[in-house]
Design a protein. Sequence first.
Length: 230
Amino acid sequence: MARVVLADDHPLFLQAMKIAVERAGIEVVGTAMRGDDLIDLMGRVEADLVLIDLAMPGYDGLECIDRLRASHPDLTLVVVSGTDDEVTVRKAMEAGALCFVGKSTDPDDLAGAIRILLSDSIHLGVPRAAGSSPGVASTGEAANILTRRELEILRLVSQGLSNGEMAKKLWVTEQTVKFHLSNIYRKIGVGNRTGASRWAQQQGLLDESSDEDDRTENWRKVRALPSDAP
C-alpha cells in the first residue's frame, strides 16, 4: 500500500485530505502542521509521497522541499497551495516538486491523482533544466522518459483535444489530466501544448496510422491554441 505524509497548517483542510486519501486506499503515515515538524516526522516514518502546503510556520514549503529533496531523493513531492502565482509555482517545481495543485481542487480528485502519480511513475527520466531546448532522442529513449499514460495524453494533445475531451476519453477528471500535462511539460522541457506536440512529432511518438489529412487538421488545432494554454 502506498504511504503518504500530509503537511498543511489548516486543520480542516488537513482532515479533509486525510479522509479523502484514506478513502482512495492510500495509507496516511503521518501529518504535520509546521514545516519543522514535517522534517522531524520524515526522519521517523517511511513514505512514498509528501503533500506539502507552501505557507506553513517553521520552515515554509519551499525550504521543506529543499531539505526533503536532499535527504530523500526518491520521495515524490506534491505542492498544494492557495496561491497560483507563476513565480511561486516555478520555484516549487524547480526545487523538486513533481506537480503543483491549487487548494480549490476537490480533495477526492486530488486523492485520485495521488494514486496515479504513485502507481504510474514507472520511469521519470532526468528532467531538463527550465528553458532548455528539448533535443531529439531515439524513439525508444523518448518513450522511456514518459509513463504509458503520459504518452497516451501526449498523443491526444497532439490531436488537438481539450482537457475536458481527454478526461472524458480516458475516464478521469480534468484535474488528473492537468497533473499529467504538468509532468509531461517538466520532463521534456517545454512550457505548453504546442511545444509538447512538436516534441512528440520530433521523437516519432505520434500515431503513424492516422492519415495525412487528420494529422494536418490536428496540427492546425494545436497551432491555434494560445501559447500559454494549460
